[in-house]
Design a protein around this ligand. Sequence first.
Ligand SMILES: C[S@@+](CC[C@H](N)C(=O)[O-])C[C@H]1O[C@@H](n2cnc3c(N)ncnc32)[C@H](O)[C@@H]1O
Length: 206
Amino acid sequence: MRQPHLDYPALRRENFDNARAFFDRSDMLLALRPEKGLIIGEVGVGIGGFSRFLIDHMRPAKFVAIDLFDLHTKPALWDDATSVIFGGRSHRAFYEESFSYARHIMRVEQGQSHERIAALPDDFFDILYIDAGHTYEEVRRDAAAGAPKVKRDGLLVFNDYTLHDHLGKVSYGVIQAVNELIAASDWKVVGFSLQRYMYCDIALRR
Ligand SMILES: C[S@@+](CC[C@H](N)C(=O)[O-])C[C@H]1O[C@@H](n2cnc3c(N)ncnc32)[C@H](O)[C@@H]1O
């Protein structure tokens, strides 16, 4: 039976450039980070779990947080009520308060990720980390909008380079969109980081 969601380009040997495997995404970004002038964008910040690492450990000069910031409108996240998680605040207010100590480097962009990315200058980011919507169309749009925004020697990183969630209930389009980008461009795989349930990250550089 034909399965259209599996109909995407395979990576080829020439799509890799001395790629390394890493224990986790944090180790990978610390190892591959450009030397200086770090501008980081995180597309899909959630409640700030990875933003905390990026800000506290990568110490960027500028950090752009992109999200719909509408999670407070959902009744629950995982098993917890959002009213409890956010303490009655909006998602955006919660996030900004959590990172108030970094407000001098923080730029918050609220809205559809591909539109917010597109509004930023070209050749802007040293690292652009993509982890917003996970359908093929959403990742394809974020990849298309994001690629020109990364400096020539910068990193474009995709979270959740996997076909399904670990319960096998939700299909992701990350592999499809990332492989298509690589096949159609000069982005090369330079890193791959593992995660216990295989929510792996893939890092690309030109
Ligand atoms: C998996 S969470 C991000 C987790 C975070 N990167 C981390 O590792 O801690 C995904 C986030 O993407 C946001 N999101 C989903 N679709 C989006 C879209 N189309 N535009 C902007 N943000 C989106 C959601 O609001 C959510 O906060």
